[in-house]
Design a protein around this ligand. Structure first.
Ligand SMILES: Cc1cc2nc3c(=O)[nH]c(=O)nc-3n(C[C@H](O)[C@H](O)[C@H](O)COP(=O)(O)OP(=O)(O)OC[C@H]3O[C@@H](n4cnc5c(N)ncnc54)[C@H](O)[C@@H]3O)c2cc1C
Length: 462
């Protein structure tokens, strides 16, 4: 993104370091490790959500899991890797982890199917699948999530002809609150399959998934810095001709980083060291030192942007598509009709660059193929262009709600289920044609609302 050594010397050379931030800091309270009842603190990855669950359980097998759901303090909230940015895992009742439900159950290499336990982390899954000659059809930006957590929130990668993860789920196994185990697929418990596939942990506990994968093959990765105007002009052609295409716009620089992945027969070329953290900290310094002058900020960034050609690597897709992302952040992502993506993005960039000099995290644009498997899929029956806006974890992120969200809503966006948004049931009724049917199925499966926490009350209007 930005060449670090050059950056450091150039910021010094510009006389930066004299004037300091116009940035607005979030005062993050230090939370007690235990509450008055002796219950330990739980926090999500970004640190925006917390709770003191009465009980934390990680059952070893299905019988232990059945005992938990029969008698545990409510709300019972499943937690995967805690990577959701909103409050869907918080509970003062029971925090239930399926960490012991991990690994491959069986597979079929005629159709490239694999049945996998729901608590398997995506990174582990990549290795398990490599060992049987398969790879996932698409992978998100990080691979720390559990399979169930990722699928339950509509987690996706980028690819014009590739659906989100749930779009390749042939079936899943659901344990209901009544202790009944059911297989859900297009042909078995069909309505529950459609309703609970992207289910926000609100229909029961998913214990395994059967995934439709593809044969293991090498993937070529190419990362290139471009002027934003060029990136926008070429975007439709880029996402049409490349298997996975996405880009990150770096605010206040006029520069975009394009990331492409395609299948290849070429031999492995190591990816090289992950410089995400260094690059982001350099962008933060640029913000801290020269945000008083947008033109200087842009000039310095352009002077030091890597212009050594394309960063290049070849390996299996599961090793290349995800990155480390060791700098924490808050994130809002909306999924828009594909045709609306660039107009909305331009508005978002304008509003940030005119009103929020403190923003330095790249803005991400991806494409996702529409699907009709999950009634709560944000990509339901429409090809999608997504826009994700991030804020450094220590910075104030209210602007996401005040400035960014109105633009994304206006363009017909549906929020990512695992990220920040302010919507309530009255919005979802408009956005999802099967909303009432899904709600009725949820009510039948959880009549006493044992799975419902404050965040889900807002979503379901209960
Ligand atoms: C650094 C970072 C990068 C990210 N990148 C992407 C990205 O590229 N693309 C994208 O789409 N999203 C991305 N996300 C969002 C993330 O993929 C989702 O929030 C995902 O839900 C997190 O998975 P998890 O295992 O942490 O689930 P959690 O956040 O722990 O849980 C999510 C939901 O799943 C439910 N759940 C978990 N296990 C079960 C189960 N066994 N049965 C039923 N319900 C269950 C929970 O109750 C909850 O409602 C990113 C998040 C972070 C922090």
């Amino acid at each position: 993104m930005v060449n670090r050594r050059q950056f450091l010397s150039l910021t010094a050379a510009t006389g930066a370091g004299i004037l300091l931030p116009a940035c607005q800091k979030q005062s993050t309270p230090v939370l007690p490790v235990k509450d008055a009842n002796g219950h330990y603190l739980w926090q999500n990855w970004s640190g925006s959500e917390h709770a003191y669950p009465t009980q934390r359980v990680a059952p070893n097998n299905i019988d232990e899991l059945k005992q938990v759901i029969a008698s545990a303090p409510t709300p019972i909230r499943c937690v995967g890797a805690g990577h959701s940015f909103n409050g869907q895992c918080t509970t003062e009742g029971t925090l239930l982890a399926l960490d012991n439900f991990s690994g491959l159950v069986n597979h079929n290499n005629l159709q490239y199917l694999a049945t996998v336990k729901a608590g398997t982390r995506l990174q582990q899954l990549g290795k398990f699948l490599e060992d049987i000659g398969q790879d996932m059809v698409n992978i998100p930006d990080v691979n720390k999530q559990t399979l169930a957590g990722a699928i339950s929130t509509g987690t996706h990668g980028s690819g014009h002809s590739l659906p989100a993860l749930h779009g390749r789920v042939q079936s899943f196994r659901l344990l209901t609150l009544q202790g009944q185990e059911m297989n859900c697929s297009i042909s078995e418990n069909t309505e529950i399959y459609h309703a609970a596939l992207v289910g926000l942990g609100a229909f029961g506990i998913v214990t395994e998934y059967t995934l439709e994968n593809w044969p293991l093959a090498h993937t070529e990765r190419q990362v290139t810095m471009l002027p934003l105007e060029q990136m926008l002009a070429e975007w439709p052609a880029q996402y049409t001709k490349n298997r996975n295409a996405e880009f990150f716009y770096i605010p206040f620089t006029g520069l975009a980083m394009r990331v492409l992945h395609n299948q290849t027969d070429k031999a492995v070329t190591a990816r090289g060291e992950d410089k995400d953290m260094e690059s982001l900290m350099d962008l933060k310094k640029l913000r801290d030192y020269v945000s008083w002058s947008p033109s200087l900020r842009r000039r310095v960034a352009n002077m030091v942007a890597d212009n050594h050609g394309t960063e290049y690597a070849v390996d299996y897709g599961w090793k290349l598509l995800a990155s480390e992302r060791s700098v924490r952040f808050h994130e809002m992502e909306y999924h828009l009709p594909l045709d609306a993506q660039l107009a909305a993005l331009k508005e978002v960039i304008t509003v940030i660059e005119t009103q929020r000099p403190d923003v330095f995290f790249p803005i991400e644009a991806r494409v996702i193929q529409g699907d009709d498997r999950a009634w709560l899929s944000p990509f339901y029956q429409r090809d999608t262009g997504s826009i994700a806006v991030h804020a450094y974890y220590e910075d104030d992120y209210k602007f996401l709600y005040e400035l960014v969200e109105p633009i994304l809503k206006k363009h017909g966006g549906r929020p990512h289920w695992g990220k920040l948004h302010s919507l309530t049931e009255k919005d979802f009724v408009q956005l999802y044609p099967q909303w009432q049917q899904v709600k009725a199925i949820r009510q039948q499966l959880d009549p006493q609302g044992k799975l419902v926490n404050p965040y889900l009350k807002r979503v379901w209007g209960v």
